[in-house]
Design a protein around this ligand. Structure first.
Ligand code: BJW
Ligand code: ZN
Length: 256
């Protein structure tokens, strides 16, 4: 993004802080990188899951039917690890933004770990579902069940009807929850700043959200330890660095 006004060039942090401080409606779109400093592994990063596994072996409905034990072992490992996790200061900064900033703020996350809500964010849209519950793979009509230690004691867990249970997350090729997706697109079409944190911008339809903003000339502030396909877009202010450090700094710079 080009620097406006006279005088010394403003840093990306200063530009981003002005945008966040003056916004009326902010969408914060987060991905796995948001959670990495809390100890959650990303998918595509250096230590990401897809370095040792192929996505099709784990994150597809076909994989779940072919090898339910393998897929459930993966989710059980992630769920048990995530119970011990605590949200890092970047989460607290987003809670502060929602509560004390001047803008209506909604977090739209691809993450299934529930950390935004655990940190205290109230308006959270979970685009890829959540690891909290599981449902019948054959949709027999039984209510979703909580995923807890007891459910995970024998893998793969089964529905009372005898079919397999599946975690209530969105696997590749599956539609996203309709209400969440509609709300996310509506918010993206109305916000006046979008913060994009810790996503590789590779998985759709979530990756379309920043483009919706940019097409309307709405500025996007990207927080990422790496570059993505949008980093060099003229409407993007890129803050290079870990979310747990950059977000608190951004809020402090914006005086929130
Ligand atoms: C930091 C950091 C730090 C690290 N601080 N940053 C071509 C075009 C358009 C779409 C498609 C297409 N071909 C196929 C599709 C569809 C497909 C798709 O997008 N595929 C692409 C891979 C090409 N999408 C789907 O299938 C979706 N469904 C769909 O489209 O349905 C259509 C439909 C309609 C009607 C009927 C039927 C179907 C569903 C997508 C589901 C994704 N599921 C997963 C797993 C399930 C949830 C789970 O187990 O957790 O979701 S895959 C995985 O990727 C997970 C994530 O939510 C998702 C996104 O990953 P994310 O969050 O971006 O993480 P990473 O690891 O990729 O990136 C981390 C980033 O953080 C990096 O940039 C780092 O640099 C950075 N970082 N540390 C800041 N500390
Ligand atoms: Zn069932």
């Amino acid at each position: 993004m080009t620097t406006a006004g006279g005088g010394a060039a403003r840093t990306a942090m200063e530009q981003a802080a002005t945008l966040v401080g003056e916004a009326g409606a902010i969408v914060v779109s987060t991905g796995a990188g948001m959670s990495s400093e809390s100890g959650v592994r990303t998918f595509r990063g250096r230590d990401g899951w897809w370095r040792e596994r192929r996505a099709e072996e784990l994150a597809t409905p076909e994989a779940l039917r072919r090898d339910p034990r393998l897929v459930w072992e993966w989710y059980a490992e992630r769920l048990l690890a995530s119970r011990e996790l605590t949200p890092h200061p970047g989460y607290d900064a987003l809670v502060r933004l929602e509560r004390e900033g001047g803008a209506r703020t909604t977090v739209v996350t691809q993450n299934v770990d529930g950390l935004h809500s655990r940190a205290g964010s109230r308006d959270v849209v979970e685009l890829h579902g959540s690891l909290r519950s599981a449902s019948c793979l054959d949709r027999c009509g039984e209510a979703p069940v909580t995923i807890d230690g007891e459910l995970l004691s024998e893998l793969p867990p089964r529905c009372p009807c005898g079919s397999l249970l599946r975690p209530d997350v969105v696997l590749f090729g599956e539609p996203l929850p309709e209400d969440s997706l509609r709300r996310a697109f509506r918010l993206a079409a109305k916000c006046d700043v979008m913060l994009v944190v810790g996503t590789s911008m590779l998985v759709y339809p979530a990756a379309a959200l920043p483009h919706l903003a940019l097409e309307r000339s709405v500025p996007v502030v990207e927080v990422n330890t790496d570059a993505t396909s949008i980093t060099r877009h003229p409407g993007v202010v890129h803050l290079l660095g870990p979310a747990g450090e950059v977000l608190p700094e951004l809020l402090a710079e914006a005086g929130i």
